[in-house]
Design a protein around this ligand. Structure first.
Ligand SMILES: Cc1cc2nc3c(=O)[nH]c(=O)nc-3n(C[C@H](O)[C@H](O)[C@H](O)COP(=O)(O)OP(=O)(O)OC[C@H]3O[C@@H](n4cnc5c(N)ncnc54)[C@H](O)[C@@H]3O)c2cc1C
Length: 507
């Protein structure tokens, strides 16, 4: 259920293993949050714009006899993004160590010499953590597995990401440059577990990629391959409920029909799917009441702007980090109000490297402002127009001027529309938060523990949100499902940590 990246990857793997697979998708297009909005010749990614660690998907493609590189041309960006600090200064983040050290030194001379130590320690952390990302966590006993025990000294649960980075970098801005990635998980660097320092490391070590045509091109290719393998994708078809005999799933009901199934893989947002499609009485652990008590990620206010002309001096990816970053985060995570003074934001100006995203003479701007998930403190019907005006004004801080009069196409999303159009509980764009209490065996399990024959895939289950781990969740889930059916998976399970040297570098 659901043709997001997790659902599509599972469909490919399960079809490869010989199962008859039907994907039921409520929207007219595949890809979920990783899809494309197309209008008047403009192409916008809905959600993901950073394609990281292609290795996992490459192996899934290879397992089905396809080449990721051939199906989805993509290139590695260098610089991978520009960071502009509200507190002054900017960094063009690059995997080239000497160039990166020079950028750091321009802001904080003493911090440059610690870059290599940060890389060395995180290389080890990532290596030790990789086996944990590749296997299921079904009970606390799994914490006692040898790979977990090896990892423990590096986890430091008492340390936040920000305090972990203090051992390398003294300057707040440099630490932010290596910790804002926690927002990919919808979390603050000041509360996010220190373990996630591997996220920024992953970008430097393995690259930030741009698939030509945007990340939506990846899910479009996955759907094309899955359909070529005989997978049926029913678009514009919403599952209304899962059907059970006792606690064993027997199929699903859509508005039009009932479909029988031996197993159901749920890719729709976990909280919303459970609360709306599975009777509460059937769930022992993940009851509606328990789900309500969980911590959910932040949301985002989105503007997709098709504009006349191209802002040539604005990088492919720019992240603006507010001078009052901590206050901005408090507003998002604790006060649940809108920051209107000087919020952080992110802009993708993809046409500087990929002209295919807009008609000639035009370009696309994707603007993301992290905001609180739905809260009674914010009434988007009343506050959206003012917030938009403020967000347009903020763009000047990264060099985008006079944009209002150049706009030819505009679309927006708020936490409310993430909820209503994309089915996300509270409009939480990065699913359930990734606090230590909601990770590993404490996250909803890939083989869903409350029901028989129900499996979860995507950002709401283990290992978590973010495309590489979502693809990893597809492998874990598919493997478990096949094991329960006493079938052999027909793909190579072990990803390698090789660097992605095969792609062209865009400067
Ligand atoms: C704004 C934003 C930016 C992001 N940026 C990045 C990034 O740069 N890099 C990165 O790695 N990750 C990023 N992510 C996180 C994550 O990778 C994506 O959100 C990803 O698409 C989540 O995949 P998923 O498989 O969990 O499912 P989804 O993409 O959420 O797909 C689930 C599908 O289920 C369907 N569905 C729901 N209910 C039903 C129903 N009742 N019946 C049938 N179908 C249903 C939905 O329509 C949807 O198509 C971003 C997310 C957002 C929102």
């Amino acid at each position: 259920m659901g043709a997001g990246p997790g659902g599509l990857a599972s469909a490919m793997l399960l079809a490869k293993a010989g199962l008859e697979v039907t994907v039921i998708e409520k929207r007219g297009t595949v890809g979920g949050r990783t899809s494309t909005i197309e209008q008047d010749g403009f192409r916008f990614d809905v959600g993901p714009t950073f394609f990281l660690f292609p290795q996992v998907l490459r192996e899934i493609f290879a397992a089905t006899g396809h080449s990721l590189e051939k199906e989805v041309p993509m290139y590695r960006l260098d610089p991978q993004y520009r960071l502009i600090f509200g507190g002054g200064g900017q960094v063009d983040a690059t995997p080239n160590v000497e160039r990166m050290k020079a950028q750091i030194a321009a802001i904080s001379p003493g911090d440059a010499s610690r870059l290599e130590a940060y890389f060395r320690d995180n290389r080890e952390k990532l290596e030790r953590f990789t086996p944990i990302l590749q296997t299921e966590f079904e009970s606390w006993r799994d914490l006692l597995r040898p790979e977990m025990l090896k990892m423990l000294p590096l986890v430091r649960p008492w340390r936040s990401l920000d305090s972990d980075l203090r051992q390398y970098f003294k300057d707040d801005r440099i630490r932010l440059g290596f910790s804002f990635q926690s927002k990919y998980l919808g979390m603050s660097p000041f509360s996010c577990p220190s373990l996630f320092s591997i996220l920024s490391f992953l970008e430097y070590e393995h690259g930030v990629f741009h698939p030509v045509g945007g990340c939506g091109a990846v899910t479009a290719a996955m759907a094309r391959i899955a359909e070529g393998m005989g997978v049926k994708i029913l678009r514009n078809t919403a599952v209304e409920e899962l059907l059970f005999d006792g606690r064993k799933v027997t199929g699903v009901r859509t508005k039009e029909e009932t479909l029988d199934a031996e197993a159901v893989v749920v890719n729709a947002d976990f909280a919303q799917a459970m609360q709306r499609m599975v009777p509460n009485r059937l769930r022992k652990r993940w009851t509606d009441e328990r789900i309500e008590k969980k911590q959910f990620s932040c949301s985002t206010f989105m503007m997709y702007l098709g504009v006349e002309g191209l802002d040539k001096d604005v990088a492919h990816h720019t992240i603006y980090l507010s001078k009052n970053y901590e206050q901005n985060l408090k507003d998002i995570e604790h006060n649940h109000v809108l920051s209107t003074e000087d919020p952080s934001f992110y802009v993708q100006n993809a046409c500087v490297t990929d002209a295919s995203m807009a008609p000639e003479g035009m370009s696309t701007l994707y603007v993301l402002v992290p905001v609180t998930h739905e809260s009674e403190n914010v009434d988007w019907a009343k506050q959206e127009a003012g917030f938009r005006t403020m967000a347009i004004r903020q763009l000047e801080k990264i060099g985008i001027k006079d944009v209002e009069k150049r706009i030819r196409v505009e679309k927006r999303l708020t936490p409310q529309t993430w909820n209503s159009d994309f089915g996300l509980h509270l409009g939480a764009t990065f699913s359930m938060a990734h606090s230590l209490r909601q990770m590993l065996h404490l996250r909803p399990h890939n083989r869903f523990e409350d029901l028989d024959g129900v499996y979860l895939v995507g950002g709401g289950t283990h290992p978590g949100s973010g495309l590489p781990v979502i693809f990893e969740s597809a492998r874990i889930t598919s493997r478990l499902l096949l094991k329960d059916m006493e079938l052999e998976p027909k793909w190579n399970p072990a990803p390698r940590l090789e660097k992605s040297a095969v792609y062209e570098v865009a400067r």
